[in-house]
Design a protein around this ligand. Structure first.
Ligand code: PEP
Length: 254
């Protein structure tokens, strides 16, 4: 019922020439994504235009940004706006990644402002949530993630549910090589879906893609993607290699 979404978060990697090389590498492997699988790549903002040009030749693979500001324009040095993303052809934006929360002081309130602005201006949002190792060890992970989802979606209208994607990314699994077990992922995704049922209605919640993120690689993708509430992956390291990324797309297809 839900398509898989295989999304690459390139973080601060790939300037213009590396973006050309990586996406042309993907294009050599595939020019059309399989039925039932949506692809997404999120390069740094300076490489968005280059990526948009190459993506014209890869059917089913769309473009996203890694961040956006919640104001229209003005004196916000270093920031980019939703209109700028629309202009470059970015369909999605990643919001609330744990690295932005940790290193750039993004609070739940700021994430919510960005979500509302992005949806208002027609962007699809990939909203990242996830607990720290300390919170998991203290058995506070469900409470933490529930609060993050509810806060991020405060004020979002039911009609916008189709433009919302949630990425569950336990912080202890990001870039560490450690992955949540399929059972741990499913337990959290199911809980997130129940929170979404409270925010929206059951039908809308059933359509929202919930991605798993945290050291997803070709060797562990299958068992994670087999879980009923895991609808894809937000992939960091493995999205920087054309063969690994397309391999995960192939696994999702099965
Ligand atoms: C991420 O940054 O969203 C991520 C999941 O990274 P990695 O796949 O490298 O753990």
């Amino acid at each position: 019922m839900r398509n898989f979404l295989i999304a690459g978060n390139w973080k601060m990697n790939c300037g213009i020439s590396a973006t050309n090389k990586l996406l042309n590498g993907i294009k050599e492997i595939t020019t059309s994504l399989p039925d039932g699988v949506d692809g997404l790549v999120c390069p740094p903002s300076i490489s968005l235009q280059t990526a948009a040009d190459v993506l014209e030749d890869i059917e089913g693979m769309t473009l996203g940004a890694q961040n956006v500001h919640f104001e229209d324009n003005g004196a916000y040095t270093g920031e980019i706006s939703t209109q700028m993303l629309n202009e470059v052809g970015s369909e999605y934006v990643i919001l609330g990644h744990s690295e932005r929360r940790e290193y750039f002081g993004e609070t739940d309130k700021i994430v919510n402002a960005k979500v509302l602005k992005s949806l208002e201006d027609g962007l699809k949002t990939v909203i990242c949530v996830g607990e720290s190792l300390k919170e998991r060890k203290a058995d506070e992970h469900k409470l933490r993630v529930r609060k993050q989802v509810q806060a991020a979606l405060t004020g979002v209208e039911d009609g916008d549910a189709t433009n919302v994607v949630i990425a569950y990314e336990p912080i202890w699994a990001i870039g560490t090589g450690e992955t949540a077990t399929p059972d741990q992922a499913q337990e959290m995704h199911k809980m997130i879906r129940s929170v979404l049922e409270g925010v929206f209605n059951q039908e809308s919640a059933s359509k929202i893609q919930i991605l798993y993120g945290g050291s997803m690689k070709p060797h562990n993708a299958e068992e994670l993607l087999q879980q009923p509430d895991v609808d894809g992956g937000l992939i960091g390291g493995a999205s920087l290699k054309a063969d690994s990324f397309t391999e995960i797309i192939d696994i999702a297809k099965q």
